[in-house]
Design a protein around this ligand. Sequence first.
Ligand code: SAM
Length: 185
Amino acid sequence: MPTPRRDGRRPRVTVLRLGHRPGRDPRLTTHVALAARAFGADRMLLTPPDPALADRLSAVAQRWGGGFRVEGVERWSDAVRRFAGGVVHLTMYGEPLDRALPRLRRRPELLVVVGGAKVPAELYRRADYNVAVGAQPHSEVAALAVLLDRLGGLPDGCRFRGAERRIVPQRNGKRVLRTGRGRAP
Ligand code: SAM
């Protein structure tokens, strides 16, 4: 059974990132994970697994809070089959986000799949929803960020539990608070 929504409004989101190439320019996958975490996803599944990237994201969560984690999976199809919730595949060929959104918001639990250069054709059939964020090619980071925001996003100044550091928003300059939690120097 899917776990209930925390706020009764925003589905819990797991991201599945396909097309990652461990050791070869991890920046884009890192940005997918950072955007997923910052805009409220709980975790990211990564195929193929990349323990070094998972460790880097765990260091980010340690410093800036929250429980976001990256987990490796060997086969995307197993992750999709095992997922107890709605499977959303983000693709420029899908139905417009505005049209799908009310149905997505009703699901307590979503697996959001983003690809790389090419995704397996089977994914279009296995997904419950093929969703486009505009019918133009752009980026998995942009598509994911827009979807998460439209699903309810995070309130401005949202605090992540257990953060070692917290940004105090400024109109000019930078201010970072040490919370005394964790092991920040
Ligand atoms: N031909 C691809 C497609 O099906 O969207 C574009 C590949 S793009 C470099 C990599 C990933 O970005 C895609 O697998 C998809 O998850 C996401 N993406 C790109 N443009 C999108 C759009 N307009 N709507 C939703 N997702 C998009």
